[in-house]
Design a binder for this molecule. Structure first.
Ligand code: ADP
Ligand code: MG
Ligand code: ZN
Length: 443
């Protein structure tokens, strides 16, 4: 069945773990993969009377994330208790922010004239983890993650396709990794997505009822789940039925979405300001500091690579996928004195070698590669020979000119040197030399 008649409307809620050493309100470590319940204390275990103390580093990172995502940061925000019962939430509430969040009104530019609004960014703590597959017939609780600092980034319902949802997520992740706010690893749960979706007939202005899909553990699954759920909405509208606002779970094995529970409204959580935590008041100087900590972001860097080095959009895209790769490329470009050729080498030989050898570092130091490129440019080594020198540099390091000379890879452009070599070869091979003379006489 075709759903051309309908337009997809999506808003995403992205939970990102802040890269702090300790938890949001206690000194327990946030390290991943430790034995269950090792990193806990009375505060994150929710013992009565234990008091939370806010982690300043978490506030700095959350503020930096907000600025990097174009938000206005509130000088005064308020922590609130979000009350619900769950076995992995021993306090019976999660510390979050509600009507006065840390930041609002941000935006993420996807290029091509598409911008996705960010409604709000608030700080909150993570819950623990229910482990269902460890003891048959039982559920175990691991509270290592309880109290881990998060930001929740809520987008406006501005996204119009599953591909655009993936592009938005990629852009948000890139920005936060660049800003060194989070590692955004979906495998380790430091980036989690809930997707809200609805379908409306094209041309209709009002939004229709949405559902929220949880359990999305990869960007690919976000796209697939959105398509499946969108198709279901379209089917319901075609049959003049009503979509029920509820929370859905995505089952990746069956590529299917099923209802988890009826959607609670915010009043169900009985939010109220946490009496244990004073309002969070940030000075303008603190917010400025966060602004200064935001590095050049990928979109700006791509534009600069195009204008300063004349790179294509595809080259700039590859070279800015990782912040370190961009910095490496720029160092190579400086040492080589030619950005375009440097880009060619970095996107080619460097990435291929890194890939083949499964390494995460750069196989050849930037200044050595720059000097090698300069040797090619000045005609000292050929392109083919340069690849051999590159392989040697990747294996043993060293200086490109020394390696080229040692391995006989220097290309001789100087005519007198060439003539001396030819004379030498002729002197050693008189018969061939005579044949060569005969041949030349017949030309
Ligand atoms: P809740 O607290 O119930 O999760 P929020 O106000 O935080 O609700 O909004 C959740 C998300 O739902 C936001 O990202 C918003 O953009 C998105 N959203 C709201 N209405 C719709 C809709 N009709 N269709 C798709 N997404 C929507
Ligand atoms: Mg929400
Ligand atoms: Zn603790």
């Amino acid at each position: 069945m075709s759903h051309e008649r309908y337009e997809m409307v999506v808003g995403l809620e992205v939970h990102v773990q802040l890269r702090t050493r300790t938890k949001a309100f206690c000194r327990c470590l946030t390290s991943f993969g430790d034995p269950p319940n090792q990193n806990t204390c009375p505060t994150c275990l929710g013992m009565p009377g234990a008091l939370p103390v806010l982690n300043a580093e978490a506030v700095a990172l959350a503020t930096r994330a907000s600025v990097a995502l174009g938000c206005a940061v509130r000088e005064r925000s308020v922590f609130a208790r979000k009350n619900y019962f769950y076995p992995d939430l021993p306090k019976g509430y999660q510390i979050s922010q509600f009507d006065l969040p840390l930041a609002e009104h941000g935006r993420v530019d996807l290029g091509g004239g598409r911008t996705i609004g960010i409604t709000r960014i608030h700080m909150e703590e993570d819950a623990g983890k229910s482990v269902h597959d460890r003891f048959p017939g039982f559920t175990a609780i691991d509270l290592n993650r309880a109290g881990t600092p998060l930001v929740e980034i809520v987008s406006e319902p501005d996204i119009r396709s599953s591909a655009e949802a993936a592009a938005y997520l990629k852009a948000v992740r890139e920005i936060l990794v660049y800003a060194d706010v989070s590692d955004c690893s979906m495998e380790e749960g430091s980036l989690r997505v809930d997707a809200n979706v609805s379908a409306r007939p094209r041309g209709e202005i009002a939004f229709r009822t949405r559902t929220e899909i949880k359990n999305l553990n990869s960007f690919a699954n976000v796209e697939k789940a959105l398509e499946v759920e969108f198709a279901r909405h379209c089917g319901v509208h075609d049959a003049d039925g009503a979509v029920i606002q509820q929370t859905m779970l995505y089952d990746a094995n069956r590529n299917a979405v099923r209802p988890a529970r009826s959607k609670e409204e915010s009043h169900d959580y009985r939010y109220f300001p946490d009496p244990d935590l004073p309002p969070l008041v940030l000075t303008p100087a603190f917010i400025d500091e966060a602004r200064r900590a935001v590095p050049e972001l990928p979109a700006a860097r791509r534009a600069r690579y195009a204008s300063d080095f004349g790179l294509t959009a595809a080259e700039a895209e590859v070279l800015t996928a990782e912040r370190a790769l961009g910095e490496y490329f720029e160092a190579v470009a400086t040492a080589a004195g030619d950005g375009k050729v440097a880009a060619h080498w970095v996107t080619g030989e460097v990435l291929a070698t890194r890939n083949d050898q499964g390494r995460s570092d750069m196989p050849v130091a930037a200044d050595a590669l720059g000097r090698l490129i300069a040797l090619v440019q000045e005609g000292t080594v050929s392109n083919t020979a340069a690849k051999k020198v590159f392989a040697t540099l990747a294996a043993e390091g060293g200086d490109p000119r020394t390696i080229a000379e040692r391995d006989g890879l220097v290309q001789v452009g100087d005519e007198s040197a060439l003539r001396a070599w030819v004379d030498e070869v002729f002197a050693e091979n008189p018969d061939e030399a005579a044949l060569f003379e005969i041949g030349r006489a017949h030309v």
